[in-house]
Design a protein. Structure first.
Length: 214
């Protein structure tokens, strides 16, 4: 089955073959949403589980994500024209004063691997920028990363800014990064702390499904 082939080649990070197989599946008349769900997202989901279990590492995740993006690029126009919507929308960034981006990029890829649209704000992001993006783009999630103990406080500023803007009802705040803990999450009133990228993606999908079902 071609969708299984897409999934398997994606897991091996073979971007060129994934793109060729996706095109072949499109030509065979398989619906774009099915190619996305049963081919690309299915493969990325396997990578997510393996990453969580330390069976694959960051480089493998990066090349798998690159292969996924090669396939998604071909499907995007078809998904849009058939009215298939993303499973939710998130904005992600590393907080003000912090320039680390490897962890953030990994979380972004994993969340995209669940079929959620992600707006990447980059690093050193002001609290107001998270909030403006969430409002303007109608995001269900704000994902904040901090890699330094000195920048962790800025995550609290994002939560406060979201409260001040009155968007806490419809926007969940997810946080992560090396120094971040569950007790810190509770203390600042964020919605979820996850210890790794694969778990972050699972939680993100749960939040989006719940919020879009309301």
């Amino acid at each position: 089955m071609i969708l299984t082939e897409i999934s398997e080649n994606l897991q091996k990070g073979k971007a060129k073959i994934v793109a060729e197989l996706v095109q072949k599946a499109i030509d065979e008349g398989i619906p774009a949403s099915q190619i996305l769900d049963e081919g690309l997202l299915a493969g990325m989901s396997v990578i997510g589980v393996k990453f969580k279990n330390n069976e694959v590492y960051v480089p493998e995740v990066l090349i798998a994500a690159r292969a996924m993006n090669a396939g998604v690029a071909l499907l995007k126009p078809l998904l849009a024209s058939s009215g298939v919507k993303a499973k939710g929308k998130a904005c992600i960034g590393t907080v003000k004063g912090d320039l680390h981006d490897i962890g953030k990029n990994l979380v972004k890829m994993m969340i995209e691997g669940k079929g959620i649209e992600v707006i990447d704000l980059g690093t050193d992001v002001e609290p107001s920028r998270f909030i403006e993006t969430a409002i303007n783009e109608n995001c269900q999630l704000i994902c904040c990363s901090a890699l330094l103990t000195t920048t962790m406080g800025a995550i609290g500023d994002v939560v406060k800014a979201a409260e001040a803007a009155g968007i806490r009802e419809k926007t969940k705040i997810m946080i992560g990064g090396a120094p971040v803990t569950q007790s810190f999450c509770d203390q600042i009133g964020a919605d979820a702390y996850t210890p790794d990228a694969a778990t972050a993606a699972e939680v993100a999908l749960e939040f989006c499904e719940k919020m879009l079902a309301q």
